[in-house]
Design a protein. Structure first.
Length: 261
């Protein structure tokens, strides 16, 4: 198995280990598809984290031998269509998915991170869509997800030049939500996602769905989706109990006291 899964309370960490460079084969992507499907069905998991298990690499890029074999019309291990299915699953599964990018994430590695809900980069991490350098273009969503995330101009420049973007630039452009130290990176990631994983799960799932699906819709339809999901959460007993408890805390505190919900 190339993927391993660990549980940390309500956070699941999936680690990809395929030495020497953590290139993503079709077979490895098929493994991730199965793993993500199992996590999606587990109500005890609130957040899924993806990370690399080979020093210096998140996912280097897609396996070039697999791609070359396809170009020659030869068979490969695994299903080439698993790329599109798996990245779509990461977007649509109930849990927020966090890419913990702890090294090189080029090509398919960058596209894998783009399909996640959030991206955390180690200080030494770097991302790129270098496909033009080998005569192709991004084929797993890079030309579509990257412009939607950081804007069409910046994305086009990265895709057309194939250049590498370091962690601090990725943070400045909005690709990453945080840059964390290399030392103890995994522990820092767990600290970062911990408060998120502790939120009421129904609200967390609905919020992810509203953001991800809403971005694909015209504003009016997105607002209707948000309204439906809000109503579903509000009608649940957990929301009512939490709201009543928050109201009680407000009533018990002086007006100038700051209270966290």
């Amino acid at each position: 198995m190339l993927w391993s899964l660990e549980r940390h309370d309500r956070v699941a960490v999936a680690t990809f280990s395929r030495p020497p460079r953590n290139m993503m084969s079709f077979a490895a992507m098929g493994e991730l598809e199965s793993l993500a499907g199992e996590v999606a069905d587990d109500d005890g998991i609130s957040v899924l984290v993806l990370t690399g298990g080979v020093p210096g690499y998140f996912v280097a890029h897609a396996d070039l031998d697999d791609l070359a074999a396809l170009g020659r019309g030869q068979s490969v291990q695994g299903d080439p269509a698993s790329w599109a299915r798996t990245l779509a699953l990461l977007e649509s599964m109930p849990q927020p998915v966090v890419a913990a990018v702890n090294g090189q994430a080029w090509g398919g590695g960058c596209e894998l991170a783009l399909a996640c809900t959030l991206r955390l980069l180690a200080e030494s991490a770097h991302v790129a869509q270098p496909e033009v350098n080998v005569g192709i273009i991004p084929g797993a969503g890079g030309t579509q997800r990257l412009p939607r995330l950081i804007g069409p101009g910046p994305a086009a420049e990265l895709i057309l030049s194939g250049r590498v973007m370091r962690a601090e630039e990725a943070l400045a452009r909005g690709y990453a939500q945080a840059v964390l130290p290399d030392d103890g990176f995994r522990d820092r990631v767990l600290e970062w996602v911990g408060p998120m994983a502790g939120k009421p799960r129904a609200a967390l799932v609905a919020a992810k769905r509203a953001v991800v699906e809403g971005l694909r819709l015209p504003l009016a339809e997105g607002l209707r989706l948000e309204g439906r999901l809000f109503a579903e959460c509000q009608l649940g007993p957990e929301a009512t109990e939490l709201e009543e408890a928050a109201s009680a805390r407000y009533r018990a505190a002086p007006p100038d006291a700051h209270l966290d919900l």
